[in-house]
Design a binder for this molecule. Structure first.
Ligand code: MD3
Ligand code: FE
Length: 219
């Protein structure tokens, strides 16, 4: 890698790894986008601030969330759903900025999914201690399309299982700039995030931000 201002110890530059059939990890893929990406995210969060959703089971999630795009993922005591309106503001979610669309489409293409046009981008914010329990993403209806995830800020330990909740999990460290594409059989695999460790990131401070780009509707 060249003498990037933001280069950190341990950053070995772009690489590609297969995690499971259909699941591709593109290390550092988002780094060329970050100068545009981070201001775009700040603008979204001004209009649709991070909030802690309540699960249908009545638990407050430790991860704070917001969305951009035509629809956003929301959870409340009545259930999970994609909704065109931000329930906090009563307004549509902020539009998905071109730099986010481009990053998602480029990463999907790199993993073999051409013309990925996500309708939703869920933005998760972790502070140290926040975690995401093992779950499947199955509120989307269109399982032919992949999900693209982008990790920014502090590193996290990502837990990746199988089709059954009890399948063994493997652990991956997801660092700033890493992008993963989850398609094919892996699209419905159980996954989660271990409690975030304490730390301070040079660009984003004491937090991890994760973007997940999704196609929501039946093809
Ligand atoms: C594998 N987010 O928002 S990203 C989620 O780091 C979510 O915030 C985690 O799980 C995070 O639903 C993990 C990686 C990820 C995202 C979606 C997947 C892996 C996936 C969907 C299917 C299989
Ligand atoms: Fe998920």
């Amino acid at each position: 890698m060249t003498s990037d201002l933001f280069e950190t110890v341990g950053d070995i530059g772009p690489s590609r790894e297969t995690m499971a059939e259909g699941a591709v990890l593109l290390r550092s893929f988002a780094r060329p986008f970050e100068a545009e990406l981070i201001p775009a995210l700040r603008a979204i969060v001004k209009r649709a601030p991070f909030r802690h959703l309540i699960t249908p089971g009545g638990h407050r999630m430790s991860v704070a969330m917001t969305n951009c795009g035509r629809v956003g993922w929301v959870s409340d005591p009545s259930g999970y759903r994609y909704d065109a309106v931000d329930p906090e503001s009563g307004q549509p979610w902020p539009e998905m900025p071109p730099v986010l669309r481009q990053l998602a489409a480029d990463a999907a293409a790199e993993a073999g999914f051409s013309n990925f046009a996500p309708e939703a981008c869920l933005i998760n914010r972790y502070v140290p201690g926040a975690k995401l329990s093992l779950h499947q993403d199955k509120d989307e209806l269109d399982f032919a399309a992949p999900i693209v995830s982008v990790s920014l800020g502090l590193s996290a330990i990502f837990l990746f299982g199988g089709l059954k909740r009890n399948d063994p999990t493997r652990r991956y460290r997801l660092a700033h700039g890493d992008v993963a594409v989850w398609g094919g059989p892996s699209r419905l695999f159980y996954h989660g995030v271990a409690p975030l460790a304490e730390g301070e990131h040079g660009l984003l401070g004491r937090q991890r931000i994760n973007l997940t780009f999704r196609r929501v509707l039946m093809a």
